[in-house]
Design a protein around this ligand. Sequence first.
Ligand SMILES: Cc1ncc(COP(=O)(O)O)c(C=O)c1O
Length: 363
Amino acid sequence: MLDESRLIGNLEILSRVQKEGSAKVICALKGFSFWKVFPLVSEYLSGATASSLNETLLATEKMGKEVHVCAPAYRADEIEQILRNATHITFNSFSQWSLYKKETLKKGVSAGIRINPEFSTVDVDLYNPADRYSRLGATKKEFKPELLDGIEGLHFHALCEQNADALEAVLERVEAAFGKWIPKMKWVNFGGGHHITRADYDVEKLIDILNKFHKKYPSVEIILEPGEAVGWQTGELVSSVLDIVRNEIDIAILDISVSAHAPDCLEMPYRPMVMGSAEHGVKPHSYRLAGNSCLAGDIAGDYSFDTPLSTGSKIIFMDMIHYTMVKTTFFNGVKHPSIGIWRNGEFCLVREFTYEQFRDKLS
Ligand SMILES: Cc1ncc(COP(=O)(O)O)c(C=O)c1O
């Protein structure tokens, strides 16, 4: 359930960054794909960035404005359609650029090369695009200036849920390794991972970093492509208790699956916030909150509540509208949560999932 007023709050912050930082902010669809509200998003942001042909088509159809694409590699049978819809495309390697250069230039799509600054302050390897042996972007050693003809942009992405100081540190490394080529570019894409809409994010510092960069390279357009920051804390996943079983501890079985409907809780892993709860043992009634699939580890975590839970009790998981929602699956056939929007104090049901949608994904 997305709360439109909270989304507008985020969009206003991002819009301020665009205006005061002389930058373009585009929405990374991998992190926020709630396309029913794209008309609203496009009132504030400059477009979208896609990671595949499917996302390119979604950006074109539902968002309009600029359509950027950035993927580790493009399929030969998809590149034509991608280029037909994209305004900007980033190649992850010079070999991909060489392969598709002719077609890209023919279609008039602005081409960029992803660079790897080989520096990041992301702690978790799974989320660190600049870790050793990373396949994401050309390192300084692999950078081929002799193949830059036709390239108009540089793209780096080395942050994950981070503040402006992390960007500052990465940008320093980018300039040290690739600064020579920046003035020759039309644009530099600073990637995503900027947690701009989080309460403790230093927006002033970000604007300052952007303005300094702009002053240094006045002809180079700056692009930021956050995903998570667009949908950050804009809505909840509402579930109900189906049963409570006991095996030394009380376990509430919910009508959702953590594995299917909040997979990043298990992947990352992280403990989702639950409305009205505290850590296990803090409030008088403690439960393990578990999903309705076969997976033994389909568990959100151990929580406590002021009052006992029973069949039908609502369990509300906070901040479920960005990656969490994009990554949902039909695993085990557990009923997929419906999608809705709170708009001007009214609830609008956007979609309910059917047996046919589950079936048609499988054969
Ligand atoms: C190339 C690129 N751009 C943008 C993003 C969006 O990042 P975030 O949603 O953390 O802002 C990602 C995330 O993985 C990415 O890989």
